[in-house]
Design a protein around this ligand. Structure first.
Ligand code: ATP
Ligand code: CA
Ligand code: CA
Length: 440
C-alpha cells in the first residue's frame, strides 16, 4: 500500500477528476455564498442542484476545461456549517482553488475511499461510498443540530457534500472536511483507536518501512501511552466525547475511531516540510471487514475454514457489497509541497483546537505538559444497517453468526467511551498507577 501523498498534476491519472471536483466546489460555493444570508428552512436539508459543465459554458455555468456533471447537496446547510466552524468563505475558496490542485493519498485500502488534501493541507476531500452519502443526507439535520448545540464537537467537521460525474464515468460522491493535523507542525505519532483489540494491531516490523504509519489500539497499549490531561481538561474532553458518542449511538453509527495525533514539543519541528507528505496517514486502514479477514492467527471469526481462494473471493465480493465503488487506480507523480504552510488560525476559538491547532497536555496541577494532542472522532458515516449486510452475506457460508456479528452501535459506543477514558490520565496519575502495579 502506497502511503506517499502525490501531487496531482496534469500527468496524474486522477487529474481530471480532481480538477473537476475543485471546479465544481468553487462554482457552487461561490454561487451560494454570493447570496445574502438567510435562516435555514426545512427544504434546505433535502436540496440538491445539478450543473452541467462543458467547454463552451452556458448561462448557468462558466466554461470549464472538461465536460462533467456536478451535483451540490444542501448548499445552504453547508454554508451555515462552514460559518459555525468559522471558516472564512474566501479562504475556503482559495484553499480549494483548482490552479494549485491537491495532493492525493490514493487509497487502494479497504474502503476504497480516496483522500485528497487541499494544497495548503487545511482540507481533506474524501470520496465516499454511495451508502455513506445517502446516510449523511439522512442524518444531516441531526448533525447540524448537534454542531449548533456543541460548537466544540469532536466529530469530523463536514464542509460540503458533492457528486461529480464525467462522461461515461461512474458517479463519485465526496465530502470536504477538516484536516485534523496542522499544516505547520510535525505529528510525531498517529493512532486510530476504536476501543477494540481484535485485529487492531499495526505490525511493528512494518514501522521501519513506514515510520509515520497510523497505529492502532494494540500499538497504543503496548507503548503504555496516555492522553495526558489533568482533571480539568479531562472533564471537558469526556463531557464532549460522551455527547458526541451518544449522538452516534442514537443514529446507529458504528466503526468510527478516535484519531489521535501527537506533537511532541521536545522534539519540535525537525522534519522539513517535504517529509510531511510522508507522515500522512494510511487511509482505509480498517473497517468492519478488518476483524473478519484479518483475525490474527486464525483466532475467533471462522467456524469452518474456507479455502484460501474462497476466502479471497468472498473478501473481494464483500468489499464490493459494502463499498460498491471501485477505487480509481493510483497514479504516479512527483510529490511537491507548496513553499509555505500556515497555521489555521480560525481553529483557535475551538476548545480542542485552541493550542496551536490541538489540545495541549496538562499536569495534575493544570500546568502545561509536553505534548499537543490532535483529537477527532472520524469515519462516522457507517450505519449499522450497512454492516448488517455483511453478516447476512456470511450466513450463506455457514460461519458462526455470533463470531462474525458486528457489535451493535450501543455497545460499540460504550466500549469506545470506556477505552478512551481508560487511556486518559494525568502524567502523575500514570506514574502512580505504574508504581502500584509493580509491588516492590
Ligand atoms: P476504513 O473504512 O477502511 O476504516 P476509510 O477509507 O473510511 O477506511 P478513514 O477511517 O476515514 O478511512 O480514515 C483513514 C485514515 O485517514 C485515518 O486512520 C487517518 O489516519 C486519516 N484521516 C481520516 N480523516 C482524517 C482527518 N479528518 N484528518 C486527518 N487525517 C484523517
Ligand atoms: Ca476507519
Ligand atoms: Ca470507513
Amino acid at each position: 500500500r502506497v502511503v506517499v501523498g502525490t501531487r496531482v498534476d496534469q500527468n496524474h491519472v486522477n487529474w481530471v477528476t480532481a480538477y473537476n471536483m475543485l471546479t465544481g466546489i468553487r462554482f457552487t460555493v461561490s454561487r451560494t455564498n454570493a447570496k445574502l444570508d438567510r435562516p435555514l428552512t426545512e427544504a434546505d436539508f433535502n436540496a440538491r442542484h445539478k450543473f452541467s459543465f462543458d467547454i463552451t459554458g452556458n448561462e448557468l455555468t462558466p466554461s470549464a476545461k472538461y465536460d462533467f456533471k456536478f451535483k451540490d447537496y444542501a448548499p445552504w446547510v453547508f454554508r451555515h456549517l462552514r460559518a459555525k466552524f468559522k471558516l472564512d468563505p474566501a479562504d475556503y475558496l482559495m484553499s480549494l482553488t483548482s490552479k494549485y490542485i491537491l495532493s492525493e493519498l490514493g487509497s487502494p485500502g479497504k474502503s476504497g475511499s480516496f483522500f485528497y488534501f487541499s494544497r495548503d493541507y487545511k482540507y481533506i476531500i474524501k470520496t465516499i461510498h454511495h451508502a455513506e452519502h445517502k446516510f449523511l443526507r439522512k442524518i444531516l439535520k441531526e448533525y447540524y443540530a448537534h454542531v449548533e448545540e456543541n460548537p466544540n464537537t469532536l466529530l469530523s467537521q463536514f464542509y460540503g457534500l458533492h457528486r461529480v460525474k464525467m462522461p461515461y464515468g461512474r458517479k463519485i460522491h465526496f465530502v470536504v472536511m477538516n484536516n485534523l493535523f496542522p499544516p505547520h507542525r510535525d505529528i510525531h505519532q498517529t493512532f486510530d483507536l476504536k476501543g477494540s483489540t481484535v485485529g487492531r494491531d499495526f505490525k511493528e516490523e512494518d514501522l521501519e518501512k513506514n515510520p509515520r504509519a497510523t497505529l492502532k489500539d494494540l500499538n497504543w497499549l503496548r507503548r503504555g501511552l496516555y492522553l495526558e490531561f489533568g482533571a480539568e481538561k479531562r472533564r471537558i474532553f469526556f463531557e464532549q466525547m460522551e455527547k458526541d458518542v451518544h449522538l452516534l449511538q442514537r443514529l446507529k453509527i458504528m466503526d468510527y475511531s478516535m484519531l489521535v495525533g501527537i506533537h511532541d514539543l521536545q522534539k519540535g519541528n525537525q522534519e522539513n516540510l517535504r517529509d510531511k507528505t510522508l507522515r500522512v496517514f494510511q487511509p482505509g486502514g480498517d473497517s468492519p471487514t478488518d476483524d473478519v479477514d484479518r483475525a490474527p492467527d486464525g483466532r475467533g471469526m471462522l467456524m469452518r475454514t474456507p479455502s484460501k481462494l474462497e476466502n479471497a473471493r468472498k473478501a473481494r465480493e464483500l468489499r464490493q457489497i459494502i463499498k460498491q465503488e471501485k477505487p480509481i487506480p493510483m497514479g504516479q507523480s512527483s510529490s511537491r509541497m507548496p513553499d509555505h504552510l500556515e497555521e489555521n488560525t480560525t481553529k483557535r476559538d475551538f476548545t480542542f483546537y485552541s493550542d496551536d491547532g490541538g489540545f495541549r497536555a496538562t499536569h495534575e496541577d493544570n500546568s502545561p505538559g509536553d505534548q499537543i494532542f490532535f483529537l477527532s472522532i472520524i469515519d462516522c458515516l457507517t450505519h449499522y444497517g450497512t454492516v448488517k449486510k455483511l453478516e447476512h452475506f456470511f450466513k450463506g457460508l455457514h460461519y458462526d453468526k455470533k463470531l462474525i456479528s458486528p457489535i451493535s452501535p450501543e455497545p460499540y459506543g460504550d466500549r469506545f467511551i470506556e477505552f478512551i477514558e481508560g487511556i486518559t490520565k494525568s502524567p502523575e496519575e500514570a506514574v502512580r498507577e505504574a508504581q502500584n502495579a509493580v509491588p516492590s
